[in-house]
Design a protein around this ligand. Structure first.
Ligand code: SF4
Ligand code: SF4
Length: 411
């Protein structure tokens, strides 16, 4: 697509945006894979429509206010990237666009306050824990609260699990085969503290020693994807300094965080740390990829056969192109029969804070996803992202779904 974006006179992030726009040929192959297009049927709610809107804003032919309802409604699921035959890097357009335009956005006071609350709470485990505990107590007040705040309370668990602080080092069992560093994640430490401990045990059992840097922070994905550029860059800079260089890989066990770490060179484009960020990102691996490459020792057999449906988290399948490794690992567990839901590529509607700001769309997508997973007849649903597990578990509760939910390492 031709454009007249003044790349030379614009911030460094304009370059990847212009490249993504240039490579779009309007073919429309991405439309059927876009969840918001599937639900609404509207061109402006499709990847192609959004690319044109962002192009026009960057060219100065359209006001930001006219484009934002459609841009805001994008989940950032990147299913369009997987579907695109022209290699349009939509993620290198939408995230920089949000980062570069946020300061020019006019938002109602209540919306600003909610965003502030989320970005100042969720990325900090201690604050999030305190907020989740307080929110749990306040749940009965939901009908009296402003709708966005009520939605937020509705997503909190009934009980916040007890904190399980992590050690700074976890040794390998037997012969050491590798040394890695683990990103502990922020919200997941609070919502599912077992997950990191299960990750440590699986790694150790397979001969991997793990460093858990104390100085690490949130990966910054939530800030980046909501357009809070300075916070995203600050988290990225902190983690570049916090993680040791003498490791074989930097491991994540949450798709959203892994995808965020891979984006550090983009967030820091044109900044002094860009090259360091590139070297850092090249070491980042989802745990399923790391273990598949390393080769795992045979897991113990299950006491009885188990039907398992695997849900692809968008930030694993589309953002990191990881689909076969988690399935291969699950198939190595004697007794597991793996089932595939229909519309596996379609987002579950979680997408970071999306479900807070667009609860109707998020609920519609969550219900579709939960239904397709239940239709497999699985007794257990597995996914590699805490956001997806929280979102789908919430929808399954509505049906009183007869199946359990977990991540590949915490069943
Ligand atoms: S990122 Fe997802 S929601 Fe956004 S345009 Fe692409 S497919 Fe649609
Ligand atoms: S599939 Fe790719 S090239 Fe075709 S309209 Fe969508 S983004 Fe553009």
């Amino acid at each position: 697509m031709q454009h007249k974006i003044p790349v030379d006179k614009s911030p460094p992030l304009t370059e990847p945006m212009a490249e993504a726009i240039e490579s779009c040929v309007h073919c429309g192959f991405c439309l059927p894979t876009c969840p918001t297009y599937v639900v609404s049927g509207e061109e402006m709610h499709s990847p192609r429509g959004r690319i044109i809107l962002m192009k026009e804003v960057l060219e100065g032919d359209l006001s930001l206010a006219e484009a934002t309802p459609y841009i805001d409604a994008c989940l950032g699921c990147l299913a369009c990237v997987t579907a695109c035959p022209s290699g349009v890097e939509y993620g290198e357009l939408i995230t920089p666009f949000r980062m570069e335009t946020e300061s020019a956005r006019e938002r109602p006071l209540a919306e600003k306050a909610l965003r502030r609350l989320v970005t100042e709470t969720l990325p900090y485990p201690a604050r999030f824990r305190a907020a989740a505990q307080t929110g749990g107590v306040a749940k009965p007040l939901r009908p009296l609260l402003p709708k966005p705040l009520g939605n937020m309370l509705g997503m909190l668990p009934e009980h916040v699990p007890k904190a399980q602080p992590l050690p700074e080092f976890f040794p390998a069992v037997g012969r050491k085969r590798a040394r890695v560093a683990l990103l502990a994640g922020c919200a997941q430490q609070v919502l599912d503290p077992d997950l990191n401990w299960a990750t440590l045990r699986v790694l150790a059992h397979n001969g991997v020693e793990v460093v858990i840097p104390k100085a690490q922070s949130c990966c910054g994905a939530l800030a980046a994807h909501t357009g809070v550029k300075t916070q995203a860059q600050a988290f990225a800079r902190n983690n570049l300094g916090a993680f040791p260089g003498d490791v074989d890989a930097i491991i994540t066990n949450a798709a959203g965080c892994g995808s965020g770490l891979h984006e550090y060179p983009l967030w820091l484009k044109g900044e002094p740390e860009e090259d360091v960020a590139r070297a850092f990102s090249s070491k980042v691996k989802d745990i399923s990829v790391f273990l598949a490459e390393l080769g795992i020792f045979e897991p113990p057999a299950l006491p009885e056969p188990l039907h398992v449906a695997y849900h692809d988290a968008c930030h694993l399948a589309h953002a990191q192109k990881v689909t076969s490794e988690p399935r291969a690992l699950l198939r190595q567990i004697p007794g597991v029969e793996l089932l595939e839901p229909v519309d596996a590529d379609l987002c579950c509607g979680s997408a970071g804070t999306y479900s807070l700001e667009h609860p109707e769309m998020a609920r519609e997508l969550g219900l579709r996803k939960a239904q397709s997973l239940l239709d497999t007849g699985a007794e257990l649903i597995v996914s590699g992202n805490i956001g997806c597990t929280t979102q789908i578990a919430l929808q399954l509760k509505i049906w009183d779904g007869p199946c359990r939910f977990c991540t590949p390492f915490s069943c």
